[in-house]
Design a protein around this ligand. Structure first.
Ligand code: GAP
Length: 459
């Protein structure tokens, strides 16, 4: 399947692929994502995250950090700045090579990236939307410029980082010296990147400001193949572990003509949505490109001396580079489902089958009735205990069925209901989101029961 193919049903005949508009609408209505500067008409390719969005993003970031940094003894983390010395981007090759080719339709004036045009439109020089003639391809550099300093004429032009990972190469030697790491080892970072994308769009999929997570793993050249395969497989399994539709994930090797300027070899971990198969994370064989170039451009030798053999060499690098925003979007697309009415739910419901780890709200505490003071105070007490441990919501507005549906729609994995039996025996109903099954638990058993199910490092 081509990257631009638009399918609305899954080829395996399982649940249909979710239209993007459903996610855009849910995101705005329930406070996941808002258009940036909306009152001024918005800015294309730039978004803000609302109250639920920020919780979910933090959960996604924390899980990545835990599984990449915290549990790997040979990986550490840094947090570099968005602005660096401008020479960094000359050395990295971005000033020269970080370009997209763009064509404009002479008839409808729509713009397309040449590398995303279907082959037949490219061959026939024909607009894929209106069939009009396409103009000559033009080159656009994606780097966003900015200036340091206040005095006109003395200001230094630099760039907002076009890929977050450059800080890792700049800090590599300091990390080596301060953390006593030895090769093979890795450095991780989560941070913002900026690109003047020529065709931003499809909601969070292609933005101008977005967040990346990177691992740069430094190895001896003779071990490159081994570590490249290791991280490729591990990252693939990582993504497989967080989605429901495992058949929509694949690994695809890059053709030589689509390799980025820094990569000798690459695989994309791709996920299939209504946009077709699209990159979720890139696994790049960066070799010695970055450390050699920074050594050359800075005049500072970044080679490594093996403490035992005393061999001196420029380490080679395996990169795994994914997007926080793309993960956020793919998880919503993967989790969203509209269930028709059934025996269990007569009205039908919209449910986000998010992994409990990522759900923005972990538990909702609901008194069966609002006008019964004892029910309300007991539910509030439970909520006040739980909110210290996880994100908990107290809700007493509308009937219990409506409140369950409100929570299903934002992916809350558990609802705790306080009813009249609670007042007699201190038990509550715990309703689980996906199967809508219910059990009764003692109030004092709740924290351990819920924590075990919503936290990954619970032990
Ligand atoms: N350091 C390597 C690098 O930046 P990339 O394939 O250009 O590689 C890595 O980007 C990841 O960043 C992508 O797999 C994607 O998840 C995310 N990404 C890239 N451009 C993006 C954009 N314009 N909007 C949202 N996410 C983007």
């Amino acid at each position: 399947m081509t990257q631009t193919e638009d399918k609305t049903t899954s080829s395996t005949g399982d649940t249909p692929l979710v239209p993007m508009e459903k996610i855009v609408s849910l995101s705005k209505r329930r406070g996941f994502v808002f258009p940036n500067s909306e009152i001024y008409g918005g800015v294309s390719g730039i978004y803000d995250f609302g109250p639920l969005g920020v919780e979910m993003r933090n959960n996604i970031r924390r899980y990545w950090w835990w599984s990449m940094v915290q549990i790997n003894d040979n990986v550490v983390g840094i947090e570099g700045n968005i602005i660096t010395h401008p020479r960094v981007w000359e050395a990295s090759g971005h000033v020269e090579n970080f370009v997209d080719q763009l064509v404009e339709c002479k008839n409808c004036k729509r713009r397309f990236r040449v590398d995303q045009l279907p082959a037949e439109n490219l061959e026939q020089n024909k607009c894929p939307v209106c069939g009009g003639e396409l103009g000559e391809p033009r080159l656009f550099n994606l780097m966003m410029e900015t200036y340091i300093g206040v005095v006109e004429g003395e200001r230094m032009k630099t760039y907002l980082r076009g890929e977050a990972c450059q800080n890792i190469y700049l800090d590599y030697e300091n990390v080596l010296k301060s953390s006593r790491m030895q090769i093979p080892f890795g450095i991780c970072q989560i941070g913002k990147a900026f690109r003047n994308e020529v065709t931003p769009g499809n909601f969070l999929f292609r933005q101008r400001e977005f967040e990346q997570w990177d691992l740069q793993f430094f190895v001896h050249p003779s071990e490159m193949e081994k570590w490249f395969d290791y991280w490729k497989e591990r990252r693939f399994e990582w993504y497989k572990g967080i989605i429901n539709h495992k058949d929509r994930l694949r690994l695809r090797p890059h053709d030589p003509d689509e390799l980025a300027h820094y990569a000798k070899k690459a695989f994309d971990i791709e996920y299939r949505t209504v946009l077709g198969w699209q990159e979720w994370e890139g696994i790049h064989w960066r070799q010695d490109w970055d450390l050699s170039r920074h050594s050359l451009y800075s005049g500072h030798d970044l080679s490594y001396t093996d403490p035992e053999t005393k061999e001196r060499y420029i380490p080679w690098i395996v990169e795994t580079s994914g997007g926080v925003d793309r993960t956020f979007l793919n998880l919503l697309l993967d989790a969203y489902e509209e269930e028709p009415p059934s025996g269990k739910d007569k009205e039908g419901r919209t449910v986000l089958r998010l992994h409990p780890w990522f759900a923005p709200v972990k538990v909702a505490v609901l008194p069966l009735q609002k006008n019964k003071e004892e029910l309300v105070t007991t539910a509030q007490d439970i909520h006040n205990r739980l909110k210290r441990l996880m994100v908990s919501q107290y809700d007493d507005v509308a009937n219990i069925g409506r409140r369950y549906r409100r929570q299903d729609e934002i992916g809350t994995p558990f609802c705790v209901t306080v009813d009249f039996q609670t007042l007699e025996d201190q038990t509550v109903t715990v309703r689980e989101r996906d199967g809508m099954s219910q059990i009764r638990l003692q109030i004092n058993e709740l924290p351990a029961y819920l924590l075990e199910r919503v936290t990954w490092n619970y032990s």
